[in-house]
Write a protein of this length. Structure first.
Length: 486
């Protein structure tokens, strides 16, 4: 029809009319193409909305009554648990799933993301660390996740939790996280267990051949039970040490527990880490468990006493307190740091499962420097203080790791006198007192020579001034506080 019309116009119309006719035909053709494309887009959106509506309908069919008491709530939850576990994986449009995981696919490849989607991870502990680890694992593509936590969401813990909100207060953490995951990744199979992992329940709670276990437990006994079980049954596990009283994100590290044994003991100022290492070694485990930890010293904070903390037994209250006068429940926690622990764990496990090459560097320190400084200190002690009984070949009271601690942590690699970092050495501060962590400082070589030439009982404030003496006192005072943890 259009061709006939154009032929008539061509024979009977002027040149301008022909041009107008061609423009009209082109406009109609363009409009037809645009309308066809818009119709295709609307059809795609309608299909996607249909999938979402179907999922929301299934989600809304799950009972959500509000019990009068927490006991009733837990009873109701346990009654519904078996049914809900079979309903946690929702059929979802594969195209939408792939679109949501597109950035991980671009990084890890389709094969790597498929490994994640076929994987099964168990997260034990759904608090400030575990919730972030679980959340990022789900968002990264893990296909099945089991969350184990007996505790409920509290108002006090909202600032650290990855997903809980005010509506979740008083509900089990595991259940709250399952509800959240169904809003962001409904195709993931989420197995929520409101239980406490114990030695007699570990076999059932860790069943199913998990690809990885995330240990985000704060309780020492439970943590040891979990780690020993995973070690004995060859289940890969990544364990979180203490994040309390820490603030420096650059100090967070991941390594095998054996590497932490080689770390200078004073650089791991974490009573939980220290207790885990010692207990696991007694159980015959000193290698094969990966841990995330901070090598930062605990933050100097004032204890905040709560009613619940006052009820704790005094011995258990302070046994693993990272700071004097702090019980484990009173430990100040800076919200972002537990999140960093959890996300570091999720990143590590995601790469491991996906087959992405990752090999965390062990915690390395300047051992060659420490050895030289230790050797020089030993020679100085032997020549200047023969009366102490330190003869050739005998060991002095500080080993090379202690020397490294004095340099790195106590004096920050600077002379206590001039703050210079040039040709530093370690020596006694007060010559009349024995060598120890509370009487060892860093100076430059020349400063040390002048210092050792002073009379034995010299007034150091007159020699160096009040500012220097106060600086040294502050260093020793801080060390004295930290030493109470050892």
């Amino acid at each position: 029809m259009w061709s006939t019309t154009l032929e008539k116009l061509s024979s009977n119309s002027s040149q301008s009319t022909k041009v107008a006719a061609v423009a009209v035909a082109a406009s109609v053709t363009t409009a037809a193409i645009i309308l066809g494309y818009q119709g295709s887009v609307r059809k795609h959106k309608a299909n996607r909305q249909k999938n979402l509506d179907s999922w929301r309908h299934r989600r809304s069919s799950v009972p959500n009554s509000q019990p009068e008491t927490m006991y009733q709530q837990q009873q109701q939850y346990q009654q519904q648990q078996q049914q809900q576990q079979t309903e946690t994986k929702v059929d979802f449009d594969e195209e939408l799933i792939m679109e949501q995981l597109a950035r991980n696919i671009a990084f890890l490849g389709e094969e790597g993301v498929q490994k994640l989607r076929n994987s099964f991870v168990v997260v034990v502990g759904a608090g400030g660390i575990g919730s972030w680890a679980a959340s990022m694992l789900v968002k990264s593509g893990v296909g099945k996740i089991r969350i184990i936590d007996f505790d409920q969401v509290s108002l006090q813990g909202l600032n650290q939790h990855a997903s809980a909100n005010h509506a979740d207060i008083g509900t089990p953490k595991a259940a709250a996280m399952r509800k959240y995951f169904r809003t962001i990744a409904p195709w993931v199979q989420v197995d929520a267990r409101v239980e406490r992992l114990q030695e007699d329940s570990a076999e059932e709670l860790l069943s199913g051949n998990p690809d990885y276990v995330v240990d985000a437990i704060g309780d020492l006994t439970t943590k040891l039970d979990l780690l020993k079980y995973c070690y004995d049954h060859k289940i890969p596990v990544l364990s979180a040490m203490g994040a309390g009283a820490k603030a420096d994100p650059s100090r967070v590290q991941i390594s095998d527990i054996s590497d932490t044994f080689d770390t200078p003991k004073y650089l791991l100022e974490d009573p939980l880490a220290r207790a885990v290492r010692r207990r696991m070694k007694k159980l015959g485990v000193d290698v094969g468990i990966e841990v995330v930890f901070s090598i930062e010293k605990p933050y100097k904070a004032k204890p905040h006493t709560t009613a619940s903390s006052q009820d704790h037994d005094s011995e258990s209250h302070g046994r693993y307190a990272p700071l004097p006068n702090f019980g484990s429940g009173d430990l100040p926690i800076l919200g972002p740091l537990p999140a960093m622990f959890g996300m570091s764990m999720a990143t590590f496990i995601t790469c491991k499962i996906a087959g992405w090459a990752i090999d965390p560097l062990p915690t390395k320190f300047r051992m060659e420097l420490y050895q030289r400084l230790h050797r020089d200190l030993k020679q100085e002690e032997e020549s200047r203080y023969p009366e102490t009984g330190t003869g050739a070949g005998d060991e002095i009271s500080l080993d090379r790791r202690d020397v490294g601690y004095v340099v790195e942590e106590m004096c920050r690699s600077k002379s206590v006198i001039s703050q210079s970092m040039d040709r530093i050495v370690v020596c006694r501060w007060r010559r009349e007192e024995p060598l120890s962590l509370l009487n060892a400082v860093v100076m430059t070589q020349r400063e040390m020579e002048r210092h050792m030439a002073l009379p034995k009982h010299a007034d150091l404030e007159k020699v160096y001034g009040k500012e220097v003496v106060e600086r040294v006192k502050a260093v020793f005072s801080e060390e004295e506080m930290i030493s109470q943890l050892r």
